[in-house]
Design a protein around this ligand. Sequence first.
Ligand code: PHE
Length: 453
Amino acid sequence: MSTKTQFGSKIGLVAATVGSAVGLGNVWRFPAEAQANGGAAFLLLYLGCVLILGVPVMVAEFALGRGGGSDAVGSFKNLGAGKHWWLVGGLAVIASYLIMSFYMVVAGWTLEYMWQSVTGALYAPIEGIDSLRGLFQTKMDSYVVDDLNPLIATWIVIAINIGVLMAGVQKGIERLSNWMMPLLFVLLLVFMCYAMTLPGAGDGLKFFFNPDFSKITTETVLKALGQTFFSLSLGMGILVTYASYYPADTKLTRTALTVSLMATLVAVMVGMIIFPGVMSFHLEGEEMQGSTLVFVTLPEMFAQMPLSAMWSVMFFLLLFVAALTSTISIAEVSVAFLQERFGMRRLPAVLTSLLPLLAVSSVCSLSQGSLSGFTVFGMTVFELFDYVATNILLPIGSIFLCIYVGWFAPKGMFRNQITNNGTIRSRMAPVILSLVRYVAPLLIAIVLISTFL
Ligand code: PHE
């Protein structure tokens, strides 16, 4: 390509990158993990992991992407990486495709729940079930295992992705993020204001901000590391790809700090909404892991609030917005890969990446329903993709990415990227370099090994 695609503005590139980072990991998985792992104790651990692992690895990915100026694989090649380093990018492309396949399905669930909140179907009673919990549990169980409805929702999400991606980096991704991110923050703020007026707000905040260190075990630390990884979109090739669209004067360290901070802020805000709500409506004893928190406990809470339909629509809209900007960023990894590696034009690259999902994501969706009997190593296709990508490919790819950027990249590449070729001073540069060289690979390796112990 002669004229390299770039984001059009600073705000746009931050919005797009934050849009990728803020996803279901922050809005849905974080509060569930925090609840199970000692509230603020988990929050503190997570913050620590973001600073010593998240930010440096993010800077490394940015440096590779902008330095190499290409997709996840091409960036290695452009830097003249010898031998087989490009395989590290290849791992990221594969991991991102697997994650995208099942994430489209989950994004579809949020869309369906938003729609059912609009029509009121979500809150319609079922004969013979009197408890709210029973009602929403039954609804979730029957929706997720249903064959057709989740498929339709998944296809709609894929179609929206195709539409946005076809419009290109500036006119599609950037423009969408520019209005979706403010919308997300406004929705969060409205929810927070409301949560603070609830009678149990104090207790909820106390739980969330009072660390219970007795809950911290080795496993908790590993969970916080894993959560950091997923919630900042590390290791998926996304940040490398997006950074290849960053202009030369973008400050990489500052951008990584801003993005990580915003993603963490969203997680904290969600905690400040969910814990007061859960305490006020006496739902704290309930199981919150997995999809239960979002699809059972929260509807139970909304049903007891005045204006329940409105809150419910707003919440699922928030989840959908968070999910959509993440799906778009992960899809861009394959689109950029096809454009750069195979010289495809944008439109065919988008279609070649996303149309196969109509089949692959459908299999993921059906694996919750009529294909649930088909398992590999005891896992459904959905679970298998999640397991292989999240627990194996992401950590392996990231270890090697850090090793490449820290040790093998052309001399001075990393420093030049951090300092914009010496035009800005960065006192952080040596610290970040050491974290990327020594600490990050070691910590990630520990997480990887612990998965198999
Ligand atoms: N950070 C994202 C999240 O929390 C991770 C992700 C990005 C997942 C893109 C899927 C697609 O959800």
